[in-house]
Every structure is written in structure tokens, then in C-alpha cells.
Write a protein that binds this ligand. Sequence first.
Ligand code: ADP
Length: 635
Amino acid sequence: MKQTQSFNAEIKKLLDLMIHSLYSNKEIFLRELISNASDAMDKLKFEVLTNHQLVRPDHKYEVRLEPNKTDGTLKIIDSGIGMNKEEVVEYIGTIARSGTQKYHQLSQEMKNKPELIGQFGVGFYSSFMVAEKVILHTQKAGTNMGVVWESQGDGTYSIDEVPRPEGVGTTITLKLKKFQEEDHVADFSDEWTLKSLVKKYSDFISYPVVMKTKVAIPETATEENKEPQYKDEDQTLNSMKALWLRPAHEIKPEEYSEFYKHISHDWSEPIKTVHYKAEGTIEFTSLLFVPEKKPWNYQYRDTEYGLSLYVKKVFIMSDCKDLLPPHLRFVKGLIDSSDLSLNVSREILQQDRQVQLIKKNVVNKIYSSLKELLTQSRDKYELFWKEFGSTLKEGVANDVTAKDKIQDLLLFTTSTQDKLSTLDEYIVRMKPEQKDIYFITGENMTQIKNTPYMEKLNEKGYEVLLCVDPVDEWVMNSLSTYKDKKLQSITRNDLNLDTEEEKKKKEEENKSLKERFLPLIDKMKTFLNENIKDVVISDRLSSTPACLVSAANDPSANMERLMSRMGGEFNMPRTKRILELNLKHPLFESMINKNEEEQKTWSEILYNQALLNEGSDLPDPARFSKQISDLMARM
Ligand code: ADP
């Protein structure tokens, strides 16, 4: 029975954007639909490997284009795996893949920048850019009932169960929109247009894309009747050559780019293409792409991995997690191996030694390609870094074997530069007497740029790496050294900024300070005993009276905040920190003369200010404000 249903709100908006899209490159809908058809045939072919009964022995894997100029329609017909009713509703009726937030964010911008539409990889829906009505008739392999889905993109669709005369596969019928001449949109029911679009976008598709074409019957052109008679004949429009098996020097950049768009469902150009053949102990061909932009649903952990596995040109599987570590999940492309068996399953892959060797080789190639991008096209590398830097960084923390490779690829914002720097670039700028590489982790740039922890380092002209990515906390801890230089957090108590000479001099100076202030320091220790480990004289502050630092093996304040935000088992009890005092600050001179009650209040205020400076929440903000206003009232 025919049912009418509403699209969910996101799809409605998306469709609306498609229908009214000013995106000029409307012809790409054909690439998207042919891509879907080819994916569906890949899936069916893979199923048939283990279930021969699924299709008839003479099943023809092909995509058919059937234009009809008179009706103004175009049909795209495939003999792929098809969909059952649930799948149609799930894949076509809702945006199943989460990511609505990103969508909302982009939909506003899209009004001015129609090309952003490409970021959604909304393949099927792109047909609404050229069609006023779309009818999908599909039948899933292994079933004998078909499903008809129909929509005018107006907020609703209808769905009905009708057997598909051709059996397994999918037919998409587009009732083409009538464009005005000044819109400069091609006629998609025109044979010649379709031929050139297939050549342009889908030449490498590994199944024939077929169209019935009128061909002249030669002997019918006679002396008196110059016009020959025509007959309809199937013509294959694409060369079907597996792009990755052709020699790299013969492949044009556009060909790589179209191939990338086919496999990634991305509409923009890749930022880096790597095509190579591994020879020696293990043989395989690999075609890899680094995208320019994150796919719109990328922030989710279950993002599909981009590598597909082929064995001797036969598609085995997409989303092959055994070929890439998680921190390289942004890479798209494929591996074609002639050494693996066609029957490999996901389970076998995990243990396969060949696969492990391939993975190692591919991963190293990706690192070296990124290094090449970094050294040869810094601008592009920085674009890449902006999108995928935090993903790549995960490798430092999670994969010991990756650390050595990734550390050279890291970029940092620093306290003295207005551009990003590598660790090597930082080292070149280090002061002659500077021993360590300094860094600070925190939540945002404003917070850490103005932090009092930086005072002394700024005075000395020492550069500090400013790390505000949540993953940085783990990255910096795992890195610990780079080229024999220690990575030193400037919020830890073991920060050792002075030279031996300076230390001696300071000790002399501090001697008298210490003697004067020791009783006060001891009292402060008692007042704040519940909250802190120790009170010591600071040598990192110059204008701020006090700050909190973590003991060398304790978690940093930022780490504690990150963990508690993750909640549950990650929630760690607050570790007591060390309160450092800058006794040269005039307030301590006044404090020493106050009565004990007041000294207690002042200690609390100083502690709370130090908490604010490290970016932490106050345990009792109301009490703190009251203490401050009481103090002001007495001025
Ligand atoms: P994408 O191709 O980027 O996943 P689409 O909106 O184009 O997004 O398609 C959504 C899903 O619908 C596909 O992932 C696939 O499962 C299914 N689908 C689309 N077209 C076909 C087809 N011709 N045959 C079988 N399944 C299809």
C-alpha cells in the first residue's frame, strides 16, 4: 500500500537547498548516481562470492542510462544489490548518518557559498538539483519484492511495495527540470551530453555504463536515398580501466581528481594524491588521497575509514580498518593486492601477515608524503593541519611506533610567532642558554597567552608552545623529549629557568626574604593545608603575587578538567597543588603586618586567584566575591 511520509527536518532543509541551489555545477548529479550504482554492484558482487545463488549465473553487472527527450526524463538503471523497504527509509528518507550539528552550522554559510554543498557528500539528493521529481524503484538481492520511492523534494515522499520487472537492482527515474537558456544548464536527456559527462566523470568505473545509441546501418545509404536508416545499439560509454593500474605518468590530474570524488563522495579536490606500486617482499598498488576538508560527519568516532581493499581489481571491502591506524582515518583511497585471496574476510584480515606488511608500508608512505607536503607546500600542509592535525596527533599518544614519525609533522602556535612552527623551527630559535622546549596546555588561546606562568619566560625571551587542543595534554606527555631536548610544562614545579649563576645570586637575595617571610609562609601552609601540598617561593612570576603549580608527576590542572568533563570513571579527585609566591610583590609587605584573621582571608583570596589563573573553577565563588568586596570596603 502506498504510504506518504515526511522527511525529517534536516532533510527538508537539505532538499530545499538542493532545489534552490545556485551551485552551478549541476551535472555532477550523474557522477553521484553512477557512483552509487557502482557501489551497489560492488556490494552485490562481494555477496555473490560466498552466496552464488543470489543472482542468476548470467547476471550482467552494468549501469544503463535511458534518456527520453520527448518526456524530458532520464533513467539510471543498475543491477546492483538494491535495497529493501527498511533500507530505503533509512538511507533515503532520513539523514541516517548523524552530523546534524555540522549541518546546521554549514547551512547558513551555504546561502552565500553554494559550493559548500559538496561537503555533505549527499550523493542521491543531488538529483534534486536537476529533477522536479525523482522515482526510485529498487529490489534487494535475495528478496522478490521491490520498493518504489517517489518525491518531488517538497517535504514528503511516498513509498510502496511493487515488484521490479527486471528483478534485483535499482532504477532511478528523473523527471528533469526545465531550465531557462540563461541558466546554462545542459540538457540531460541529450545523448551527446550524457556521453561526454560519463567520459568526464565516470570513465574509470569498473562496470560498463551503457546507453542505447542510434547507429547508421551503412548499406541503407544508397545513391538516391542519402540518409541511411538507423538502428538502436548498446554502446559502452566508459573505458572501465582501473585507474590505479595505469602508469602514474599517463594519468591526468583531472582523472585522479574525478576518481577521488567517486570514492570519497567529496566534491572538492584532494590536497594530496599518492599513487605508487610497492615491489619486493610484498606487492601491491596503492592510490591514496588526503582530503582538503573534513567530511561533515567526521567528528564522530565511528567515521568510516577511507581505505578500500581490492584483490586483483576485484573490490573486496570498503572501510578497511586493518589497513590504517585510527589516527590516519582521514586518508581515502584503495589498496589492490595480488597476493591476497579473493575470499578474505574481515576476521582473516586481522591476523594476516601480508596485510600487516601492507599496512606498515602504506602508513610509512603516508608519513613521508605528509612530510613532503610540509616541506614543499607549507600553505597546503597548514590547511591540512587545520583540518586533520588533531587526528594525526592522536598517534603520538596512542601508538608508540608512530611517535617518531609524527613528531616531525607537528605544528604549534607559539608565544612569539604569528605563524605555526615545527619543533625543529622552534629549536633553531632557542636562546643559547635555553635547555628545554617549553609548553603550556590550556583551554583557549586568550587564557594561556595572558597567563602569569609566562611572565618570567617572556622576560627571558623564551618561546613557549601554546597547546589548546584537548588531545595536546596526552600528546605532550607522550612526547616528553624531542631531539634530546626535554619538553617542559611551564605549570610544573620542576621548571628550572635560571642558570647556575643566576641561581646563586638569587639564593643570596632570597635569603633575607626567606628569613622575613618564613613565619608567614608557615602560617599560610596551615591556613591552606586542606587544599595545597606546599607553599614555596616562586621564580617564575614577576608581576603576579601567586600561582599554583603541579608536582612533577601529578596531572596538570588542564588534564584534570578534561578528565572530569569526560565524567564517570575518568573523574579524578583534585590533586593538591603547590602554591608559589612572588614575595617581591608589595602585598606581602602589607600582609606580614596584618592580624591572623586577616592573613587567613588574604591567603584564601590568593589561593582562589591562583585557581582562576590556572583556569580552574572556584570551590565557593560567592565566598570569594564577598571576601573581595569586604576588602574593597575597607580601602
Ligand atoms: P552516499 O552514497 O554518500 O552514502 P547517498 O545519499 O548517495 O549517500 O546514498 C545513501 C545510501 O543509499 C547509500 O550509502 C546506499 O546504501 C544507498 N543507495 C543509494 N543508491 C543506491 C543504489 N543505486 N543501489 C543500492 N543502494 C543505494
